[in-house]
Design a protein around this ligand. Structure first.
Ligand SMILES: Cc1cc2nc3c(=O)[nH]c(=O)nc-3n(C[C@H](O)[C@H](O)[C@H](O)COP(=O)(O)OP(=O)(O)OC[C@H]3O[C@@H](n4cnc5c(N)ncnc54)[C@H](O)[C@@H]3O)c2cc1C
Length: 402
């Protein structure tokens, strides 16, 4: 089978790998000049297999007025009257129910567990330079562990995940760097099996491997149109080419909406901005991945650097990206003052757009357009879930014979 993958981010590269693995001839298209140049470029790096909680949550509802009024430093929404925005918002609100939240979270955790299994092999083969660490993750809670938190932990334990509830002393015993926290945590949740690694480097190494194995990469080439042809095949039209493939996978993040809209397909995907910085590590930097839940901020150790990433901004004004990134840096430096060399970032701030679905579940498999499949909408978790979703989509394609 001759399959085109549109999108050379972490998800597209993994899709290409599993398709090649199953005997397909694969071509990757990406408008960027290199692999993983968009949302996969400088994300938080967390392989957060134990914390895949759906974003739509009944606990978010009372916070929404404050978020809409701009009182939450980590979460902002600039409302829009665009029908797509309103439709997405209504679907999101419908998912903010306890049962829905639990179902969505279970589905994501199941995908994450498959990803964790797959990643064991992938990291041996392609992870040598991607700074994999397996020091677990601590989620800092700003409140006592309440019944609802315990109930959610129980759901995860029932799925086989290892999670421990920790008090302040226990948190510091797990990660001594947290003794320097400006606000001591009331409690935390520790997941020893979570990991971190550099998604960008991993994607570049995997892409280089695939090229050696005969996968064709067409970076710097934007796909303008999809045109269905006979026998379920689809033509890909770029500025330089027009060719039919047995199957096409859209691993484009929110870029798929433009390609599918002319065919009457509306995907429920909303862009949610986030930011990151990469700083040199210090002797007091954490080696465990840290998530400060109330601040929507993560610290990940990637070799000799610390990646600080976070915030969730819906429809932000592009002129504000730099200010938001500065706020992120300031909050991180206040929270964990010795956690990194905040004055000397190894690269400038970065902005990425997560493709969020209302239920936080990625949109996987065949679309209504013959021969066209999606592997997108991973939201906050594309690096964590990408291996499992790519394996799944590749199997769907080869199973259906295109
Ligand atoms: C601040 C931040 C922190 C994050 N932290 C984490 C984390 O710690 N752990 C985790 O698991 N996830 C994290 N994520 C989420 C993760 O980064 C994304 O889910 C993931 O990168 C999505 O990968 P992707 O390959 O689908 O998208 P992308 O990397 O965006 O790739 C899509 C590609 O498609 C290309 N494309 C789109 N349209 C076209 C077209 N018409 N023609 C040609 N090319 C096209 C784009 O150029 C792009 O390269 C974070 C995200 C952000 C923003």
């Amino acid at each position: 089978m001759n399959v085109a993958v549109i999108g050379g981010g972490i998800v597209g590269t993994l899709t290409a790998y599993y398709l090649w693995n199953q005997g397909c001839q694969v071509t990757i298209f990406d408008r960027a000049a290199e692999p993983a140049s968009a949302t996969s470029r400088a994300n938080g790096g967390q392989l957060s297999y134990s914390f895949c909680d759906a974003m739509a949550d009944p606990q978010l509802i009372p916070k929404l007025p404050g978020i809409l009024l701009g009182f939450d430093p980590a979460f902002s929404i600039r409302p829009s009257l665009q029908p797509d925005f309103i439709r997405w918002g209504l679907k999101f609100l419908a998912e903010c129910r306890s049962r829905q939240r639990d179902d969505n979270t279970r589905a994501l955790l199941t995908l994450a567990q498959r990803s964790a299994e797959l990643m064991e092999t992938l990291k041996q083969q392609f992870g040598e330079h991607a700074d994999f660490t397996q020091h677990g993750k601590v989620v800092l809670l700003g409140h006592e562990v309440d019944q609802e938190t315990l109930r959610r932990i129980e759901i995860k334990r029932n799925l086989g995940l290892e999670l421990a509830v920790l008090n302040e002393q226990e948190i510091i015993a797990v990660e001594p760097a947290l003794a320097d926290l400006a606000e001591p945590p009331v409690a935390g949740i520790y997941s020893p099996n979570d990991a971190a690694a550099n998604a960008h480097i991993f994607a570049v190494c995997l892409s280089q491997y695939l090229v050696k194995k005969g996968v064709v990469t067409r970076y710097g080439e934007s796909v303008d149109r999809l045109v269905p042809v006979d026998k379920g095949r689809c033509r890909i039209v770029t500025g330089a080419d027009d060719k039919a493939y047995s199957a096409v996978v859209l691993a484009t993040g929110d870029g798929a909406t433009k390609l599918l809209r002319p065919h009457g397909i509306k995907l429920p995907v909303l862009g949610m901005s986030g930011y990151s910085w990469t700083f040199p590590a210090t002797e007091a930097s954490p080696s465990t991945s840290i998530t400060a839940l109330s601040k929507r901020l993560v610290f990940s150790r990637l070799g000799n650097v610390v990646r600080v990433a976070g915030f969730a901004d819906v429809n932000p004004h592009p002129a504000r990206h730099g200010t938001r990134a500065d706020t992120l840096r300031n909050i991180a430096a206040q929270l964990l003052p010795k956690g990194a060399d905040y004055e000397n970032p190894t690269e400038n701030w970065w902005h990425g757009v997560r493709a969020m679905t209302p239920d936080s579940r990625p949109i996987l498999g065949a679309t209504a357009l013959p021969g066209v499949y999606t592997n997108l909408g991973h939201g906050m978790l594309g690096w964590t879930l990408g291996a499992a979703t790519s394996e799944y989509v590749a199997r769907e394609i080869t199973k259906n014979g295109g």
